[in-house]
Design a protein around this ligand. Structure first.
Ligand code: SME
Length: 179
């Protein structure tokens, strides 16, 4: 799939995110591996959205967020729940959109180029899987339309991990007994 050749016209954000959602579904279809699908999701988003300097995942493990697949500069590895923009979105299980990260109390500066940030929690049923984190060098880069668009992409990623008919693969710590 020639993902690197595709470009999206974000002058119509709704249409661009609809196209991106379709392409993400196609990219992840038939694969349920979390790391593989997170890596491809991060790569698709980083290549598609203008003005990003970082796009990727922090995965929830043993009570904290741990760096997962991403595109951008090397980043801090562990983030406590409630800390920074990522930990705040994870603890609240709500999307957090920050126009100026330097004005966000407790913001964790991984890349000094970042000026605005959007973090979408990844939730499957009651289970927190992690967060999808986007950084931009532009102040107020992310609009409400970006938050909705990225939430839709995050849902596609989460849905890709589990075949509802499967009770054994990628089932998490419960070993597939979750209904
Ligand atoms: N700025 C984030 C930390 C992760 S990096 O942006 C990749 C935060 O405050 O949680």
């Amino acid at each position: 799939m020639d993902q690197e050749l595709r470009s999206y016209d974000f002058s119509n954000a709704h249409a661009a995110y609809a196209e991106l959602a379709r392409d993400l579904r196609a990219l992840l279809s038939g694969e349920r591996d979390l790391i593989a699908n997170a890596a491809n999701t991060a790569a698709l988003i980083f290549g598609a959205l203008p003005d990003l300097n970082w796009a990727g995942f922090y995965l929830y493990k043993e009570g904290e967020l741990v760096l997962g697949p991403f595109q951008g500069k090397p980043a801090c590895v562990r983030i406590a729940m409630g800390k920074g923009v990522c930990g705040t979105a994870a603890a609240r299980r709500e999307t957090v959109r920050v126009e100026d990260v330097h004005a966000f109390p407790g913001h964790i500066a991984c890349d000094s180029a970042s000026n605005s940030e959007l973090v979408v929690p990844l939730v499957r049923g009651q289970e927190l899987l992690g967060v999808l984190d986007l950084d931009s060098p532009k102040l107020a880069r992310f609009q409400a339309s970006d938050a909705r668009g990225l939430e839709a992409l995050a849902n596609i990623f989460v849905a890709s991990l589990q075949d509802p008919r499967s009770t054994t693969e990628n089932a998490g710590p419960e070993g597939g007994r979750r209904p």
